[in-house]
Design a protein around this ligand. Sequence first.
Ligand SMILES: [Zn+2]
Length: 258
Amino acid sequence: MIPFSPQTQTAIEFAADLFRSARRAVVLTGAGLSTPSGIPDFRSEGTGLWSRDEPLMVASLSTFRTAPEKFFQWFRPLASQIFNAQPNPAHLAMAEMEKAGRVHSVITQNIDMLHQKAGSKNVIEMHGTMRTLTCGQCYHQVDAIPYIGVFVECGEMPRCPKCGSVMKPDVILFGEQLPQSAWYQAQRDARECDLMLVAGSSLEVLPVAGLPMQALDRGAHLIIVNNSPTYINVRADVAILEDVADIIPAIAKRVFHG
Ligand SMILES: [Zn+2]
């Protein structure tokens, strides 16, 4: 690995110091955390998946309701990528920090289950999850893995074992509300933490983008690691414009070994 610039090295050390003195640290992650694992940014334009179809149309609740086959056609390559993806060093470092009591919870905008695959336990999924499917008719919920496997193989839409209706992955589509309990929990964690690390999120999607502000308002420290600046970088104690898969493990290493 290329050594960090002196400026980045100093920022890493400062970030590690903040973690060491934190009583309750919370992590907020977005699509940029999973791009090193090969998952395209679900919501940003210009990626292969988005450019073929109009994402706001296809990945919306109204399309799902009126033309689920259109949704599933778009969803198929994404589902395959997500189920085959592996956590990268940033996910693993966060899980290790949680295990060591250095991270209280991970609030994520991602639906790819990579934090859980890495071993994180306290994960708040703001945009839902690929882990389960729910029937639109009778609300019966099933484990997604057997259904998505068949779907990715032969393209057949997953159907409810109880009533035969099409089942929807429990991810939050455009036009759909955030899961209420996740949102309450995220707000509580943002208010109660004394350190927030934002990693791989450009903080462009509300209301999640407002969480660091809530943390700052309560006097928490803020670290931002993202390869492009966010609206709140000016208020961060540390802001590092680099790849999360390089920086987060470097911070964790410093937290553990000085
Ligand atoms: Zn059903």
